[in-house]
Ligand binder design. Structure first.
Ligand SMILES: *[C@@H]1O[C@H](CO)[C@@H](O)[C@H](O)[C@H]1NC(C)=O
Ligand SMILES: *[C@@H]1O[C@H](CO)[C@@H](O)[C@H](O)[C@H]1NC(C)=O
Ligand SMILES: *[C@@H]1O[C@H](CO)[C@@H](O)[C@H](O)[C@H]1NC(C)=O
Ligand SMILES: *[C@@H]1O[C@H](CO)[C@@H](O)[C@H](O)[C@H]1NC(C)=O
Ligand SMILES: *[C@@H]1O[C@H](CO)[C@@H](O)[C@H](O)[C@H]1NC(C)=O
Length: 456
């Protein structure tokens, strides 16, 4: 074997190994389904002033109905500003006529988790819900005040099996980690019978484990930490439960905060909350395959910013510059409805859609000779940018493929051809007894001869 052949083999072995270990994430597109809040006291959708951080509660009997568990909050009786709030509670709102943009008015009697328990005497906040084997598991933050006057937050669990839209039917299991002073934001992933994870807390996202979904143990491990050089530099906090993608891995949305200098009316407030994501290995969910380098959703509209530029919303927002997600629903493959809140004050709705780019700039294929489609066309190709990727493998057939790259953003692939555009056909390209390597055509040079025409 010649030296050059050895190097060729080595080169492709290296390329193949880098291809197989690197995960290519799909493309994320998140769009508002309405430019107005879908639940807001200013639109008279609720008896409570602030309505936010909703969980999506799947209905057992009707897959189209939407139930939201909404964090509701009023000002204190003697409030001196719009930031002087009383305890949060968790209330139910249902979609009207299966319209995911319209919800029933929230009243006092819609509260299902109240502050009538000592460990949540000053608030029941931030619900996240998972339905499993006919039982709802509701994780929320129970807030209490210590004798010392310190506030304490504890991640708590309530479960329900029937008539769950009324308060008395929820069973309270209390704080999950009574030994920890501060815990919150629980997002459950039931991976299989033996591996069930709770990704929880803010600042960093920690991992707990459970087998019976009632008792939880800390692992001292973290799923996700802040990154000082990125949009999630100050805080990361669980989103809703991870859901499976079509590639069998899990998508986990997370909330995050960074410092900002945008002028806003709230005294001493300087954070901005944005939405990020990670993709978790479908075989081992504590392994992160990919993580967003930019937020996929940020405060942009007046009722999401509530900053000094937001006209009437500057004086409505409990917390300026916040969007935050705790509930979502898969609608079709890799497409999700995402309920998000704006400024700790109202609810909005967006759609998240993922599209897979099934290859990257350089990709290697190992087609078996049998299933390679013979092309009819010749080697004239039409495109704006051309990258020809070839896949030689010794003892297999060589094929030519191309990809079209967005000329404004070179790492974005716009299209990729499914069929071969040229393969070994002429005698001299498959000259069995005279060639060094059978069944190979390989391209490393091309010249534009006319607009959209190339000599290759
Ligand atoms: C499903 O259950 C909910 C709550 O129990 C109830 O309000 C609704 O009417 C039920 N829907 C159907 C189609 O039975
Ligand atoms: C949760 O985060 C808080 C800070 O926000 C920290 O004090 C606490 O120790 C964390 N809990 C766990 C179990 O990591
Ligand atoms: C605000 O922050 C941005 C980005 O961090 C920076 O470019 C800008 O100069 C800052 N503006 C002020 C007034 O500090
Ligand atoms: C921002 O708005 C608040 C209240 O509306 C006001 O007190 C403050 O002066 C404003 N700041 C700037 C820089 O305009
Ligand atoms: C459950 O998941 C864990 C972690 O990925 C894995 O090690 C284990 O084999 C799985 N169990 C079953 C029964 O699939």
């Amino acid at each position: 074997m010649s030296i050059s052949k050895v190097f060729t083999i080595l080169f492709f072995v290296l390329l193949w190994s880098s291809y197989s270990v690197s995960y290519v994430p799909p493309r994320f597109e998140m769009k508002r389904l309405s430019n107005n809040p879908i639940i807001s006291s200013w639109d008279k959708n609720s008896d409570f002033l602030y309505n936010y951080n909703s969980a999506f509660m799947p209905m057992i009997n009707d897959s189209n109905a939407i139930i939201l568990l909404v964090r509701v909050q009023n000002l204190l009786d003697n409030a001196e500003s719009i930031y002087n709030v009383g305890p949060s509670k968790i209330a139910v709102s249902q979609s009207i006529d299966n319209n995911h943009l319209k919800y029933s008015h929230i009243k006092q009697e819609n509260i299902i988790i109240d502050t009538d328990v000592d460990y949540q005497s000053v608030g029941a906040e931030d619900p996240r819900v998972v339905l499993f084997n006919g039982v709802y598991y509701l994780y929320y933050t129970a807030v209490s005040k210590e004798p010392s006057g310190d506030w304490r937050a504890q991640l708590a669990l309530a479960t329900c099996e029937s008539n769950c839209l009324t308060k008395g039917n929820w069973k309270h299991h209390g704080p999950l980690f009574p030994e920890v002073f501060w815990s919150k934001s629980g997002s459950l992933l039931i991976h299989n019978d033996t591996h069930r994870y709770l990704f929880f807390n803010d600042s960093n996202i920690a991992i707990a484990q459970t087998t019976d979904l009632i008792h939880y143990s800390l692992t001292n491990e973290y799923l996700l930490r802040t990154r000082s050089d990125s949009f999630d530099s100050e805080l990361v906090e669980s989103g809703p439960e991870p859901l499976k993608l079509s590639d069998e891995n899990y998508l986990f949305l997370y909330n995050s905060a960074r410092r900002t200098n945008i002028t806003n009316p709230k005294p001493d407030w300087s954070l901005e909350y944005n939405l990020g994501w990670v993709i978790l290995n479908g075989q081992n969910p504590t392994e992160i395959l990919a993580r967003s380098d930019q937020p996929i959703f940020s405060p942009e509209l007046d009722w999401e910013k509530c900053d000094n530029s937001s006209s009437e919303w500057a004086n409505r927002g409990l917390t300026p510059l916040v969007i935050f997600v705790e509930g979502w629903k898969k609608t079709t493959q890799d497409t999700f409805l995402v309920w998000y809140q704006g400024c700790d004050s109202t609810m909005g709705l967006a759609e998240l859609k993922l599209t897979y780019i099934r290859a990257w700039l350089l990709t290697i294929y190992f087609p078996s000779v049998d299933n390679v489609n013979r092309p009819k066309n010749d080697c004239i190709i039409h495109m704006s940018y051309l990258i020809v990727v070839c896949c030689p493998i010794i003892f297999a057939q060589c094929i030519v493929r191309f990809t079209i790259i967005n000329s404004k953003n070179l790492i974005e692939m716009l299209a990729r051809r499914d069929q071969l555009i040229c393969s070994p056909e002429a005698v001299w390209r498959k000259w069995d007894n005279h060639d060094l390597t059978s069944l190979v055509i390989f391209v490393e040079g091309h010249k534009k001869t006319a607009e959209d025409t190339f000599s290759v």
